[in-house]
Design a binder for this molecule. Sequence first.
Ligand code: GLY
Length: 423
Amino acid sequence: MRILVVGSGGREHALCWKIAQSPLCDELYCAPGNAGIARVAECIAIKPDAIEKLGDFAEEQEIDLTVVGPERPLIYGIVDHFRSRGLTIYGPTASAARLEGSKAFTNELLHRAGVPGKRFKVFTDPAKAQAYIQREGAPIVVKADGEAAGKGVTVAENVEDAFDAVDRCMVEKAYGVAGERVVVEEYLQGEECSIKVFCDGETIVPMVPSQDYKRVYDGDEGPNTGGMGCYSPVPAVSPELLEEILSDIIYPTVEQMDEDGTPFSGTLYAGIILTEDGPRLLEYNCRFGDPETQVVLPRLESDLVELLLATAEGRLNEVEAKWSDDVAVCVVCASGGYPGSYESGKEITGLKEAQVDERVVVFHAGTRRMGRRCFTDGGRVLGVSALGSDFSDARDRAYSAVAKINFEDMYFRTDIAERAVGR
Ligand code: GLY
């Protein structure tokens, strides 16, 4: 098979790394890819948002399966476009991707599906949003309704911060049209975890649970990032609890989407909060997580291509996913200053030495190759993933590998998976 992966981050490197291991894969392309991806796939200089160009490429190169990493092309209809051209593609249509693209859509759908959700209200008028916040009090969550590159969510500790978040969306228009509508939601307290499933519209095949670290500094301090590390499994999610999450949250959502004539196909990613009253949905994403993919796929023993193809072709009931009992830990190495301003173009050394341990894989996120040398090219630069027999083993391997890597101003959290050790 000829396969195209769309995207350029650590998630896409993990996808390419696993796809390249499949006996079904003859040729692998990635648009646009990065320096690490270039070792397993041919990188094509087309941006993920250039939907028509990607369709032209897939047609010309007779691509059998396209796999989309980031949410934006999905929300903008890459799947609808490819399907209209008779091309096979993994991911949800634009209508189904509203589960990530519109917080208001998701909250309303969950309400109809009877999924235990959060108290919420949708506003187009900042004064009304602020009056509601005043009545509800803090902590409270303010979200730009649309897709804002992961930046439109504020967990406000006090009413003033919530007011500021409303102003940022609706008055300063910091997120453009994504902030024209604002969703104000109840704040849920508890441990967070990600549950992802392959879904073909009807059948679901769960992936192993994972947990990521969104704050930039140790101890969950500092601003939110795209993710500074993660681990899998999640000790707090027992098989029984996973079953409860699937039956009370994910299945009813999938059934409601199907009933509404917008079946969801692709990776459905549920951000779950384990509250005192049971698991509650924090948000849906319509794609693989980043960096969660970098711990989930190393634990997959089955052929990923088989799973992706069966999902895209609506025959997921024919395949199953086998997962290893190993523990996986991923530590993200970022450019100093991220998620604020940072410099790129720093030479990265030690990549080969870091992977001497065969249980370690270094996934590239923001990197660029010049000749034989590799340079930083983004905020999140690398995701160093390690498998181990337990959390302590996997952490030791990941951090030993990180210690061999160097670039100017490299920054990483030192407490990834610490809380899972011994649990
Ligand atoms: N790690 C969070 C995300 O992929 O959205």
